[in-house]
Design a protein around this ligand. Structure first.
Ligand SMILES: C[S@@+](CC[C@H](N)C(=O)[O-])C[C@H]1O[C@@H](n2cnc3c(N)ncnc32)[C@H](O)[C@@H]1O
Length: 291
């Protein structure tokens, strides 16, 4: 199992800067459940690899009981301290060994995570804990599209958006593992193909979460990405004697920030006043009655 969301550094960025899933995503999942489940099955939902609760809390008002599990004790610690709801509980647990009874779950969700699971074991475990007519929703987003605000000329705005988004994507893909890269690239088509269920759907269009951000938030998001931490660890091991100035030359966070300030012509502006929209395009695999 690849353990990349373990230390307190990354989990602090995660809870503060990762987007919470918006209602468009929740509604799409619930629409599928309503179409395939005869009864009003809204007792128990489990969020597998919940991080600090980015999807868990989004479903809060729709289910009586909600359990978020994650392999990382630090993610669970952050999730618990950010939790404001009595019907949500968080526990350490894995996708391959879910701490729930057989046939107990109405809806199993997993956000931005299942590309890292042992999928064979996870599907067996999902089938065990889900009620026979239960639903599963696996969803994810890639690096967001960044659109600068306060750039009046539409052509210039588009050009800066393209350049900034490409840089973010390039850094995001830098050291991700092979399986994650394949799944990101095909928007979970590979995972859709592996799901064995009576009913299933693959959604790649129409689910966009829009966030109003400043440069501090963009940098916070960037520092919550495992690829960034893996890359920095690798570079620091390779360049053990590097000075602070030398580190800045290859630190992707510094390079990204410098790029935005320079290319957007915002060098004299405070980071919190450099405004942008971040658009997360969500893709999703929905399934009912796993086989
Ligand atoms: C990118 S984060 C996603 C967190 C949250 N669901 C979200 O959408 O923001 C991936 C999470 O998966 C967890 N994880 C990875 N493999 C896991 C596994 N086999 N079982 C449980 N959690 C796992 C990591 O600890 C991490 O918190």
């Amino acid at each position: 199992m690849i353990r990349v969301y373990e230390n307190e550094d990354i989990t602090k960025f995660y809870v503060e800067f990762r987007p919470r899933f918006q209602q468009c995503v929740v509604e799409r999942v619930l629409k599928f459940c309503n179409e395939h489940q005869e009864n009003d099955n809204q007792d128990l939902i489990v969020d597998v690899a919940c991080g600090s609760g980015q999807a868990t809390s989004a479903f809060q008002k729709h289910f009586k009981r909600i359990l978020g599990i994650d392999v990382s004790p630090n993610q669970i610690k952050q999730a618990r301290s950010a939790n404001e709801h009595d019907n949500i509980k968080y526990e350490v647990g894995t996708a391959e060994n879910i701490p729930l009874e057989e046939s107990s779950v109405d809806l199993l969700v997993s956000a931005t995570a299942c590309h890292r699971f042992d999928l064979g074991k996870f599907f067996t475990e999902a089938k065990r804990v889900m009620k026979p007519n239960g639903c599963m929703a696996l969803f994810c987003y890639n690096a967001p599209i960044i659109i600068p605000k306060n750039v009046k000329d539409p052509a210039k705005r588009q050009e800066l958006s393209d350049k900034t988004t490409s840089l973010l994507l390039k850094y995001d893909y830098f050291v991700n593992d092979e399986q994650s890269n394949v799944s990101y690239h095909c928007k979970y088509q590979d995972i859709f193909n592996k799901v064995s269920a009576e009913n299933k759907q693959w959604i790649t269009e129409g689910l966009v979460m829009k966030c109003e951000w400043n440069l501090v938030q963009l940098m916070g998001y960037f520092r919550s990405v495992a690829a960034y931490h893996e890359y920095m660890k690798m570079m620091k091991e390779e360049h053990k004697d590097a000075s602070e100035e030398e580190v800045k030359e290859w630190d992707h966070a510094v390079l990204l920030r410098d790029f935005v300030k320079r290319e957007w012509e915002m060098e004299g502006v405070k980071d919190e006043d450099v405004m942008m929209e971040a658009h997360f395009h969500v893709y999703m695999v929905l399934a009912n009655k796993l086989k």
